[in-house]
Design a protein around this ligand. Sequence first.
Ligand code: ZN
Ligand code: ZN
Length: 283
Amino acid sequence: MIKEVLMKVVLSSVLMSLFLLGCGKGEKEEKVESFEIKELATDRLCITVVYDNTAYHEGLRSDWGFACVIDADGRKLLFDTGAKGDLLVGNLDKLACHPREIEKVILSHEHWDHVGGLAELLKINSDVEVYLLKSFPNKVKGIVTDEGAGLVEVSGPQVICPGIYTTGVMGRAPEEQSLIISTDKGALVITGCAHPGIVEIVQRARELTGQDILFVMGGFHLGRASDKKVKEIINEFRDMGVRYVGPCHCTGEAQIEMFRKVYGHRCLDIGVGREITGIDFMN
Ligand SMILES: [Zn+2]
Ligand SMILES: [Zn+2]
């Protein structure tokens, strides 16, 4: 009980400071939401990669882009949709996750390798809420409204469902949101392309949850980063106590190798078909 109260205080104070930072001249004052952090049990959590540049298992199709399904306490969320709808739906079928089981879709940013599969998915299941950013092009918002799906325009950090949150808008051109999952072993961070900076995203997740970071997965967007820059980022990850990493998509092959060298078996191989469960965080 005391812990829960403390977490609520941490979160609401961070939200307040984020709000104040973002509150420039002439902006209207908005009510700042505060919410409690709920810790999910890692043994009730499964993340399945359904779209990535590489395949983890045979028979699944890889392509430039990213998407994963989060199964938390039996509720299924889709984070990003990859570039091509048929490929996304085909992989979902092979991974025994019917698109109709998905309750919510969270889109990290407007780039086509993350939103391209949305229309095809909504044709099969429009009974979902789609979380995107206010700055998304009307074309993408129209895909959601045309199919009659729920549209949630994200600005600040908010709860998506118990234990799962969005960082809220970060960066610019493109703006991006990342997903945070709070667990009994620490917070998990899932990124699309990490355009706002992977270190900045992890920092925000730490501030919002008040938790240590168990795992960071997704595109880290380091394909053009120098060795020096990647080393700095890895050092910052270690300073921030990031225990496991799963760099994929736009991280860059050589850059993923650098993470693997330092993190060893705590650098998880990611690709289409990879399932991450509590067992992955046992040692
Ligand atoms: Zn991308
Ligand atoms: Zn991108």
